[in-house]
Ligand binder design. Structure first.
Ligand code: TNX
Length: 536
């Protein structure tokens, strides 16, 4: 049949439907609905024209050129791809934010977005549908109707442990947006460096940005650099969520403003680990190039600290069009718990008073009753919560906020991959503390509404995959750790719940991701060719 013939040629993956195995074009993240058409495929050629919305046409032209080498014509052609926006609720997309519809037959391709973001996502899906047919290119006949499950779909990049230049960040934005992520969380500060220039506190970048983990060079974003990142992200329908981590993870603040920081507290555990594995003990006033956590704290009882918090978040709020400011709050192991509670309460209020929504790692949920009631919690415990982490997360929802889920034993992209059993060497990069190594299958096989007891989709703002960079130095390192596992996180964030769609299975996902290999190669993504995936 036409469907099976197309599947031999195209990036198609077999899918069991009503007991029969049919082939559907491979789309990641899985769309809400996809149906193969009976028509012959649409042929892409130099005569194909693209009409309609110009931003979306430019985005499509980029993908088509990278994948096929063809340059679509702008005006009339012999066959047409039409890109439109229709926000009416009785439109083909149903009108929900970020939703889109694609219909492909032999004569035409029509992509309709409910808004500009929806059209952009439709274009990303269309890019995945393009397939080789001998020496030609085609798009199989198909109808797709699609909308996101969660409003917030994030990736996080740690630019503090290793600094990553603007060009690398832009590359990561392109890659993430192609998987329908809409938030880039930048972890801008940590013990090892402060990476964002702020005029209100110039010593931060002047004195605390030059170094990084392992003696590598540091760096920072000027205000112009940050603006460039924010604008580039916006052009890909992503917001930037900047994080200034406090009251712990603040050794760098002490290099710039010694009066605000406590002296390092070195626990027995840390001293032991240093004597076992080598490394330096953190010293007051000396840049820290190791990877230990939990030894630093701001002076939480000092009013000067809150002037600092107001200055840095006030300036960051003015630079950040997105609604969220992240104040960290993780692993403040050397801050007394009542001091920690008092600090996070005031930090969340300062941010809420700036008209922004505060975000904190789940530890701040210990003080949830006092936090600004909009405060969003970011959960980084395991898929099965341990040591009260689930209660801390739930407290944000009880307080009126929502959760971002980043289960560390599933979607921490800095965890090592499993060692290879065949000829594909696994990268050396990565850590293992979160029950690692983390296979692609584990990154995929979890359901957001099953993580925190009593919290369903209404309490979940979204899903975010963090990439911490203790071992990650280059853009190629980022690619290797993030791909293919970021695609698993994208599917948890975008696609219908496990069980609600026949595509939401590991068996389907591994086939669909495998079919994206040629597209990822054309995008120059240095993905890890994991043996778990049947790469095309
Ligand atoms: C825990 S997750 C951290 C980071 C480390 C990471 C390494 C979280 C909120 N804190 O400081 O970089 O583990 O995986």
């Amino acid at each position: 049949t036409a469907i099976l013939a197309a599947s031999l040629l195209a990036g198609c993956a077999p899918v069991a439907q009503n007991g029969d195995t049919v082939s559907l074009p491979a789309v990641v993240p899985a769309p809400a609905s996809i149906e193969a058409g009976s028509d012959a495929p649409f042929r892409l050629s130099a005569a194909t024209s693209v009409t309609g919305e110009t931003d979306a046409a430019a985005a499509l032209a980029e993908i088509v050129a990278a994948r096929t080498g063809l340059v679509p014509a702008a005006g009339d052609g012999s066959s047409a791809i039409e890109l439109r926006i229709d926000s009416s609720t009785d439109s083909a997309t149903g009108g929900g934010a970020e939703s889109y519809r694609i219909s492909v037959d032999e004569a035409s391709v029509v992509v309709t977005g409910a808004d500009a973001a929806g059209l952009f996502y439709g274009v990303q899906t269309l890019g995945q549908l393009i397939a080789r047919d001998g020496s030609e290119w085609m798009v199989p006949a198909v109808t797709i109707e699609d909308a996101p499950r969660f409003a917030y779909r994030g990736v996080m990049l740690d630019v503090a442990r290793h600094f990553h230049p603007v060009e690398t960040v832009k590359g990561y934005i392109d890659r993430a947006a192609a998987l329908k992520f809409n938030a880039l969380h930048l972890h801008l500060t940590d013990d090892q460096g402060w990476r964002i220039q702020l005029e209100s506190r110039p010593e931060l970048t002047a004195r605390a940005s030059a170094t990084a983990v392992g003696g590598d060079a540091g760096g920072f974003y000027s205000k112009a650099d940050y603006r460039e990142i924010v604008e580039y992200a916006a052009s890909r329908h992503m917001i930037v969520v900047p994080e200034l981590d406090m009251p712990g993870h603040t050794h760098a603040v002490g290099l710039a403003y010694p009066e605000l920081a406590e002296d390092p507290t070195i626990s027995d555990e840390m001293r032991e680990s240093i004597s076992d594995h080598g490394g330096e003990e953190p010293l007051s006033g000396v840049a820290y190039e190791g990877t230990a956590v939990g030894f630093s704290s701001l002076k939480t009882r000092d009013e000067a600290t809150y002037d600092f918090v107001a200055d840095v978040f006030g300036e960051l709020a003015a630079m950040t069009p997105g609604p969220y400011l992240h104040f960290g709050g993780d692993e403040s192991l050397s801050t007394a718990s009542e001091d920690f509670a008092a600090f996070v309460t005031r930090a969340s209020d300062i941010i809420a008073d700036l008209g922004k929504t505060p975000v904190a790692w789940h530890e701040a949920g210990a003080a949830a009753g006092g936090l600004a009631d909009t405060t969003v919690g970011q959960y980084w415990g395991f898929r099965t919560p341990q040591d009260g982490a689930g209660d801390k997360a739930r407290a944000f929802v009880d307080n009126g906020g929502q959760l971002i889920l980043s289960p560390a034993d599933a979607i921490y992209l800095d965890m090592k991959y499993p060692p290879a059993s065949t000829d594909v060497a696994a990268p050396e990069l990565g850590l293992t503390w979160a029950n690692g190594p983390t296979s692609v299958e584990r990154a995929y096989s979890w359901e957001p509404s099953d993580v925190i007891g009593g919290i369903d989709d209404s309490g979940i703002l979204g899903v975010e995959a963090p990439l911490w960079t203790e071992t990650i130095r280059t853009a190629a390192d980022i690619d290797t750790m993030a791909f293919p596992r970021a695609a698993a996180a994208a599917e948890a964030a975008w696609s219908p719940a496990t069980g609600a769609s026949h595509l939401r299975t590991w068996a389907s996902f591994r086939e669909r991701v495998g079919a994206l290999g040629p597209l990822w190669t054309s995008m120059r993504i240095d993905f890890h060719p994991s043996e778990e995936i049947p790469w095309v």
